[in-house]
Design a binder for this molecule. Structure first.
Ligand code: NOJ
Ligand code: CA
Length: 555
C-alpha cells in the first residue's frame, strides 16, 4: 500500500506511539530496537494505523527513558544504527505507514557534547550560554538561585562546583537549553532537516511550551510567587509569547518539504485557547489535547471536552487530537477500573495510592476497566480529528502496578523518594506470544519484568479470538478508514443526537453514528441501522449495555 499522497494526511490520522525500548527486541539483549520494529511492520499494517510516532531512540544515558538526548542526530547503539533506521522507514512507508519522531528541545542529556563543554568552560563563557547557568546565592554561592523544584522532585538547580548552578526543569541529567542562544536555535533547525531529509514525516515536540524563558528578574521569583500568578499572567518558564517565534521558524523548515512535515506539540497548558496557538498552520499544526486523560469515564465530561476541542479546532483551522494513554500516564484499561473520584487531583492521588498498593488491593475492577477502555477507544476513534494510540492499548493491556522498587527506572520514583511510583508500569515490554522468556518480546529477559498474566494479553492469544481487544481495534480502524472515505460522512459534519437517558452520548457524522452508554442504569436501544462495530455483546432486544459503544451506519 502506497503512502497517502494527501498533504493533509495527518488531520484524521491514527498515530500509534512506539516506545522503542519496549516494543520488540531483535537480538535478545532485553532492549527493544529498530530491527524489532521492522520485523513487526506486518503487525502494524494489519492493525490499520496511518502513522507511528517513536519516543526517543537517540544516544542517551537513559536518565529519563531517552528524553535525555546526548546526540539529536544519531541512534542509540543499543537500539540500532542510522542504516537500520533508514531500512525501517522504508519498510513502514512501503506498508503505507508514515513516521513521526520525538524531538526534545527543552533540554538535552548531560552527556551532550555541548553540555560537557559548558561544564569544562568558565562562568560567562559562550559554551555556558547555550544552557541556563546562574550564580549561586549566599556568601559561598552555594545556595541555588531560586527555590524552584524540578518536575521529578528535588531542586531545579544543580551546582557545578564553581559557584554556578544550571537549570533543569526535569532531572539533573536534563539541563535546559537557552533558546535565546542563536547556536541552539540553528542546531535544532539542522536536526529537523536531518530527519526530514531521511524521510521522517513529522515530529512530536516534547515540552513544547517551555522553550522560551525569562530569567532576567533579580532576585528570581519564588516558587510560591509563581504558584500565585493569576491566570493569563506571563510566567518566566512556561507558555511565554516568545515561544511562538521558534515554531514559526520551524514551520518554514517544515514547509520546504513535500509534503510539508507535520508536528504535534506536547503542550500541558490548561487554557485551551492558549494551547491552540501552538496548533495553527503557521506553527506546529497540532497540539496534544490531554483533556480526556484528566477526565473520568463520564458522559458529561466527555461531551464538554469534545465540544470545546472541536470548536477550537474549527477556530484555528487545526484538527484536534484524542489521547487516552501514553507512556506518561496509567494505562486507560486500569485508570477506568479505579473507583470514581471528584477531581483530577484526587484521581492522580488515587492512581498513586493504587500503584503504591502494588496491585495487591482489590481497588481496581479489571473487567470494568477493560470494558470502559474499549468503549472509550471506540468513542474517540469516531470523532473528527486524529487519534494517538499507545502501544499495547490495542491489547487492552493494563498497567503493571506491582513492579519491585529495584527495577523501577523512572527518575520520578527516585527523586521523589518513592512518593511517586512513576511511569514504568505503562512501559513494560509488550507480550507477543503466550510463552517464551519475554513473551515473544525477545529471546532473553525484558529490561522491565513482565508479569505472568501478560500471557493472556499476548498478540498470539488475541489473534484468533474474534472478541479480543486486538480484533476490536483492527475492525474499528478498518471501518474508520472506509467511513472517512465515504462522501456522506465527509459532507456530514458533526452533530449530537440527543438521547433521553442521562449517561449516554450519541453523535453522528452523516450516516456514521456512534453511541456510548457510559452509565445509563438501563441498557440503551440503538437507532435502526446497520451495526458496524461494538466492543460489547448487545443485550436481548439489541440493547447497548453500560460501558459500551456501538457504531452504526444509519440511512
Ligand atoms: C514529556 C515526556 O513525555 C516525558 O516522558 C518526559 O519525562 C518529559 N517530557 C521530559 O522530557
Ligand atoms: Ca535489542
Amino acid at each position: 500500500m502506497a503512502l497517502d499522497p494527501n498533504p493533509d494526511w495527518w488531520r484524521e490520522a491514527v498515530v500509534y506511539q512506539i516506545y522503542p525500548r519496549s516494543f520488540a527486541d531483535s537480538n535478545g539483549d532485553g532492549i527493544g530496537d529498530l530491527d524489532g520494529v521492522s520485523s513487526r511492520v506486518p503487525y502494524l499494517k494489519a492493525l490499520g494505523i496511518d502513522a507511528v510516532w517513536f519516543s526517543p531512540f537517540y544516544p542517551s544515558a537513559l536518565a529519563d527513558g531517552g528524553y535525555d538526548v546526548d546526540d539529536y542526530r544519531d541512534i542509540d547503539p543499543r537500539i540500532g544504527t542510522l542504516e537500520q533506521f533508514d531500512q525501517m522507514v522504508e519498510a513502514l512507508h512501503a506498508a503505507g505507514i508514515r513516521v513521526m519522531i520525538d524531538i526534545v528541545p527543552n533540554h538535552s542529556g548531560s552527556g551532550h557534547p555541548w553540555f560537557k563543554q559548558a561544564l569544562a568552560s568558565p562562568a560567562g563563557s559562550a559554551a555556558r550560554d547555550r544552557y541556563i547557568f546562574r550564580d549561586g546565592l549566599g556568601q559561598g554561592q552555594d545556595q541555588p538561585p531560586s527555590d524552584w523544584r524540578g518536575i521529578f522532585g528535588g531542586s531545579a538547580w544543580e551546582p557545578v562546583g564553581d559557584g554556578q548552578f544550571y537549570l533543569h526543569l526535569f532531572d539533573p541529567a536534563q539541563p535546559d537549553w537557552n533558546w535565546d542562544n542563536p547556536e541552539v536555535r540553528e542546531d535544532f533547525l539542522k536536526t529537523l532537516r536531518f530527519w526530514s531529509d531521511r524521510g521522517v514525516d513529522g515530529f512530536r515536540v516534547d515540552v513544547a511550551d517551555a522553550l522560551a524563558k525569562d530569567l532576567s528578574a533579580d532576585p528570581l521569583p519564588t516558587a510560591a510567587e509563581l504558584e500565585a500568578l493569576p491566570p493569563g499572567a506571563e510566567h518566566p518558564l512556561r507558555d511565554r509569547g516568545e515561544v511562538h517565534a521558534i515554531y514559526r521558524q520551524w514551520r518554514e523548515v517544515f514547509n520546504t518539504y513535500d509534503p510539508p512535515r507535520t508536528a504535534v506539540g506536547e503542550v500541558w497548558v490548561e487554557d485551551r485557547t492558549r494551547r491552540a496557538r501552538y496548533a495553527t498552520s503557521a506553527e506546529l499544526g497540532q497540539a496534544f489535547n490531554f483533556d480526556l486523560l484528566l477526565a473520568g469515564f463520564n458522559a458529561d465530561d466527555f461531551r464538554t471536552i469534545i465540544d470545546s476541542n472541536l470548536d477550537l479546532a474549527r477556530q484555528t483551522g487545526s484538527s484536534t487530537t484524542w489521547v487516552l494513554s501514553n507512556h506518561d500516564v496509567i494505562r486507560h484499561a486500569s485508570r477506568y477500573g479505579l473507583p470514581p473520584v471528584a477531581s483530577p487531583g484526587e484521581r492522580r492521588e488515587l492512581g498513586r495510592l493504587w500503584l503504591l498498593a502494588r496491585g495487591a488491593e482489590p481497588l481496581e475492577d479489571t473487567a470494568l476497566g477493560l470494558a470502559r477502555a474499549r468503549a472509550a477507544s471506540l468513542t474517540i476513534l469516531a470523532l473528527p480529528g486524529s487519534v494517538y494510540l499507545y502501544q499495547g492499548e490495542e491489547l487492552g493491556l493494563p498497567e503493571v502496578a506491582d513492579l519491585p522498587d529495584a527495577v523501577r527506572q523512572d527518575p520520578a520514583f527516585r527523586r521523589s523518594g518513592g512518593y511517586e511510583v512513576g511511569r514504568d508500569g505503562a512501559r513494560v515490554p509488550l507480550p507477543w506470544t503466550e510463552d517464551g522468556p519475554s513473551f515473544g518480546f525477545g529471546t532473553g529477559a525484558a529490561h522491565l519484568p513482565q508479569p505472568a498474566w501478560f500471557a493472556g494479553f499476548a498478540v498470539a492469544a488475541q489473534q484468533a479470538d474474534p472478541e479480543s481487544t486486538l480484533n476490536l481495534y483492527r475492525t474499528a480502524l478498518a471501518a474508520r478508514r472506509s467511513l472517512l472515505a465515504n462522501e456522506d460522512v465527509q459532507a456530514g459534519g458533526f452533530t449530537w443526537v440527543e438521547e433521553q437517558q442521562p449517561g449516554v452520548l450519541h453523535f453522528a457524522r452523516g450516516p456514521w453514528h456512534c453511541l456510548t452508554n457510559f452509565s445509563a442504569p438501563e441498557a440503551v436501544s440503538l437507532p435502526p441501522g446497520e451495526l458496524i462495530v461494538t466492543g460489547a455483546s448487545l443485550l436481548p432486544g439489541d440493547l447497548l449495555p453500560p460501558a459500551a459503544t456501538a457504531w452504526l451506519h444509519v440511512l
